[in-house]
Design a protein. Structure first.
Length: 220
């Protein structure tokens, strides 16, 4: 659908370190492998605590892990906006920051969160991205992952990517988020692989990721 032979610029925007890798790490790694440019935006990158106020990761660790994961995927540039976890706004300020990034890199495809996710940071990141991408032709929403994907509107898988050749890179990028890997253990990794297997089964390949469309340009 998008393979026009030209080099594409792909912009992936996520609220927290690991969101993008979980949802579209295989797709991004595949894009890099096929010589497209991938740029990532981490809206937070701040220290984070869980709901019991127990520290999950310090600010330095959050940013280091994000950089390590982006490097594994082959991302050419990682923007870290530094908003505090759980307090990402849907605001003129955030939209303006994303406006600047979009104006600078002129992406052909933008990936962001599913708008009916249950995490407030994910929802506001998605809304801010859609506002900032008002003049962009292709915006795709990546599949939410539990525990934040338990919304009241189901995700509709509409576009699939075969990630059979890059599932290992995706998993390595997830493991680079050491604090999350420690928190969720191997069960987390197994669930991610199982979901990719399930999505792959739906399209007749080994592993896949899927997306819902906000808007898509059909290149003929
Ligand atoms: Zn998240």
């Amino acid at each position: 659908m998008f393979n026009t032979g030209k080099k594409l610029t792909i912009l992936a925007i996520g609220a927290h370190g690991d969101d993008i890798e979980l949802a579209c790490g295989g797709t991004l790694a595949k894009a890099v492998k096929n010589r497209h440019e991938v740029i990532m935006v981490l809206v937070t990158g701040h220290a984070s605590n869980d709901h019991n106020n127990i520290k999950i990761r310090a600010q330095g660790a959050a940013q280091q892990e994000a950089k390590a994961a982006a490097k594994i995927l082959g991302v050419s540039k990682l923007h870290i906006l530094g908003y505090q976890d759980t307090f990402v706004p849907y605001s003129a300020e955030l939209v303006s920051k994303l406006d600047d990034i979009i104006a600078d890199c002129k992406p052909d495809i933008i990936f962001t969160h599913f708008v009916f996710d249950t995490h407030q940071d994910h929802i506001r990141t998605a809304h801010s991205t859609i506002s900032a991408a008002r003049r962009q032709n292709t915006i795709l929403l990546y599949e939410p992952m539990n525990p934040s994907g338990q919304g009241y509107v189901p995700f509709r898988p509409q576009i699939y990517t075969d990630i059979s050749q890059t599932i290992d890179t995706k998993i390595n990028s997830l493991k680079a988020h050491k604090s999350q890997y420690k928190k969720y253990t191997d069960t987390w990794i197994e669930a991610v692989v199982a979901r990719a297997k399930f999505r792959g089964f739906e399209m007749g390949v080994d592993y896949a990721e899927c997306f819902e469309v906000v808007r898509a340009e059909l290149n003929l």
